[in-house]
Design a protein around this ligand. Structure first.
Ligand code: CUA
Length: 159
């Protein structure tokens, strides 16, 4: 079989690139223990009641004058509900799920994460606008998925 010289060059170049890319991934995985950007932290989803933090989901003071909100998602509810946080302060959400994968989206904002059983999803947002926001589950989780909502109340800071 006759393969043109240019075609052969490109075939070899493609092979070299594939090997180089795969090699880089494997090297980085071995050397730097590559992991997803979040989900470092694990919890036992079958024993959330025995977890000091997730047994009592709620809002508590956090660093920098902000708050930390611990949330447990469980078919088909979020706990706590409603969630009350201050405006213009960093709000750190720490989510997990007690059963299946749920979503946690504060509609109209960029607060959006997955609640995955066994893992803690953490992110920090600031809500500049006081008011009531809808929290919706955006991962299909069962028959009443469409009913899985909660309320976020962003309170104006006391002057
Ligand atoms: Cu929970 Cu959909």
């Amino acid at each position: 079989m006759n393969v043109e010289l240019y075609e052969r060059i490109w075939m070899w170049a493609a092979c070299v690139l594939i090997v180089a890319f795969l090699g880089t991934i494997m090297l980085m995985t071995a050397l730097h223990a590559v992991t997803p950007p979040s989900h470092f932290e694990t919890v036992d989803p079958s024993n959330l009641v025995g977890n000091p933090e997730f047994a009592n989901p709620g809002v508590r003071p956090g660093p920098d004058g902000g708050v930390v909100v611990t949330v447990v998602a469980e078919t088909f509810d979020f706990s706590p509900n409603p969630i009350e946080v201050p405006a213009n302060r960093p709000v750190t959400f720490r989510l997990t799920s007690a059963d299946v994968i749920h979503g946690f989206e504060v509609v109209g904002t960029n607060a959006n994460a997955m609640a995955i059983p066994g893992y803690v999803s953490q992110f920090t947002v600031t809500f500049p606008k006081p008011g009531e926001y809808l929290i919706a589950c955006n991962e299909y989780c069962g028959l009443l998925h469409h009913n899985m909502t909660a309320k976020l109340i962003v309170k104006k800071e006391a002057q």
